[in-house]
Design a protein around this ligand. Structure first.
Ligand SMILES: Cc1cc2nc3c(=O)[nH]c(=O)nc-3n(C[C@H](O)[C@H](O)[C@H](O)COP(=O)(O)O)c2cc1C
Length: 483
């Protein structure tokens, strides 16, 4: 089931008793964070604050804060269903019969079946606020942590257009409020928005137009965070997830399109010639404060919104937080795509304590000497996997979703000097420990069983497994033992 807008998802969560409406007045300065932190860490519901101090607009938060809600948001019960749809699509074994070939066509076309549709009238433009009347302080924008540099819009879906190709990018980047119509634009250097900004600057364009959507249908909200290749627009991917096109509307003051069913849209621009602004510090999803650094300013020229909009935010910090479930969705959805390039990959897993870029377990069907190193290098070459600080490769029979099992297996199997490699590459901007800003060392651990032709000449021990005969015997006598 696809949700057309945020309200449909909120009503769905209400029916499922997965939404708590809080009418007590709450302070957007720190108080909301403390509430959300307690709720998300105990697997609690999504929250709708109707009485946020200083604003008339309600605030929805922790919408995707469990595995189940994340799956529902994307119209499935289980996130693996989406991966399976993608797998089927890419399983391009050409059938023998003509009928089989014809039947295959719709599958191949599936990703392109739901391109966004532009409509003329949109709920997100029911109210239009001109540049003179913009006051971001009227929105329920939170300050998350005590040492944060200020208030941040944390679920801003930032839309830009590639100055060369016209392809749209939508990325989830935080925006620190600098004054009533200006924010910092925290697109990190490896991300789509930053690439558009660099291109615009190189081409001598004074302005890069930007739209910031706050709250849309949940599949589009998730897609904004997904590590899609540049050539696949988030709107197309969201259409695929929804099995229905996303309806878009032209912005009022910039040449960009936003989801017609959005809640609030900030229209504006970044000026490529303007001095960068100090952004941060910010209590980040690493669980530490990201240091302040310089980013472009975003100038809002108009705000459009529904008559009764809902503002959306999140809280990031030490795991487990809502963004961990968004990252988990990405892990599951993108596995089949990684397998296209690395067919030996059985599964991978990024445990929450590794905050995605710090630790990746991968299980492989090892076929030749050094295979584990080939897979590590392959992973480091895949989009945002370039940020992976530590990759641990194990054999195919290891369940990498169980990190205790994966560590147990790998640590037993390694001789550190022989099986650990160090290499270099781009580091996540948020990695405060890397040798240089956004550039550092990576570690690969080959935790697979070692082979003779890898130079291991001693016999390799078998894993301990009880015989089926004894298991059956104990099963049949279990009650007689008196347990
Ligand atoms: C809650 C949340 C906040 C995020 N904040 C930022 C941010 O401030 N800057 C950034 O570059 N990426 C941020 N990200 C990660 C990007 O959204 C993500 O890498 C996305 O794939 C970027 O898309 P792009 O490659 O189209 O730019 C955030 C992700 C989440 C889930």
């Amino acid at each position: 089931m696809a949700f057309n807008n945020l309200d449909e998802f909120i009503q769905f969560l209400k029916k499922k008793r997965e939404l708590k409406v809080i009418d007590t007045e709450v302070d957007p300065n720190l108080e909301i964070t403390e509430i959300v932190d307690r709720v998300v860490k105990s697997g609690g519901p999504a929250l709708l604050f109707t009485n946020v101090k200083g604003s008339d607009i309600p605030l929805a938060i922790n919408l995707f804060g469990t595995k189940q809600r994340m799956a529902w948001a994307l119209g499935v019960e289980n996130l693996d269903e989406i991966g399976e749809r993608l797998s089927e699509m890419f399983n391009v074994k050409v059938p023998e019969s003509i009928l089989g070939k014809i039947a295959m066509m719709p599958k191949l076309m599936e990703i392109a079946k739901f391109p966004p549709k532009v409509v003329k009238k949109a709920p997100c433009q029911e109210v239009v606020i001109g540049s003179k009347d913009i006051d971001l302080y009227k929105l329920p924008i939170t300050t998350s942590w005590p040492k944060d540099g200020g208030q941040y819009i944390l679920f801003g879906q930032v839309v830009t257009k590639d100055p060369d190709t016209g392809l749209r990018n939508m990325g989830l980047y935080r925006l620190q409020v600098l004054d009533k119509n200006t924010t910092a634009m925290h697109w990190q250097r490896h991300k789509g928005g930053a690439a558009h900004f660099r291109k615009a600057k190189e081409k001598g364009m004074k302005r890069l137009e930007v739209a910031v959507v706050v709250g849309s249908d949940p599949a589009t909200m998730y897609s904004t965070s997904a590590p899609l290749p540049e050539s696949i627009e988030e709107y197309l991917f969201s259409g695929f997830l929804r099995k229905e096109p996303v309806e878009l509307v032209k912005c009022k003051t910039v040449d960009l399109e936003v989801p017609a069913e959005s809640e609030i849209v900030l229209e504006g621009y970044v000026d490529t010639e303007e001095e960068l602004r100090l952004e941060g510090p910010f209590g980040d999803h690493t669980g530490f404060y990201s240091l302040a650094d310089y980013y472009p300013a975003f100038h809002a020229t108009a705000i459009t919104m529904r008559k009764k909009p809902v503002f959306v935010s999140t809280v990031v910090g030490q795991p487990i937080m809502e963004d961990d479930w968004m990252g988990f969705a990405t892990e599951r959805i993108f596995l089949p795509l990684a397998k296209l390039v690395l067919p030996e990959l059985i599964d991978y897993h990024m445990p929450f304590e590794g905050i995605f870029h710090n630790l990746v377990f991968a299980s492989i069907d090892k076929q030749y000497p050094g295979h584990a190193f080939k897979v590590m290098n392959g992973l480091w070459g895949l989009g945002q996997m370039m940020f992976a600080k530590v990759i641990v490769v194990v054999d195919k029979d290891v369940n990498v979703q169980n990190t205790s099992e994966a560590w147990w297996y790998a640590l037993n199997n390694i001789d550190p000097q022989r099986d650990v490699i160090f290499t270099k590459g781009p580091a996540d901007v948020l990695d405060h420990s890397s040798q240089h800003f956004s550039f550092g060392t990576k570690m690969g651990i080959d935790g697979t069983r070692k082979w003779q032709d890898e130079g291991f000449t001693r016999p390799w021990p078998d894993k301990i497994v009880m015989s089926d005969e004894i298991k059956k015997l104990v099963d049949s006598k279990w009650k007689s033992y008196g347990f």
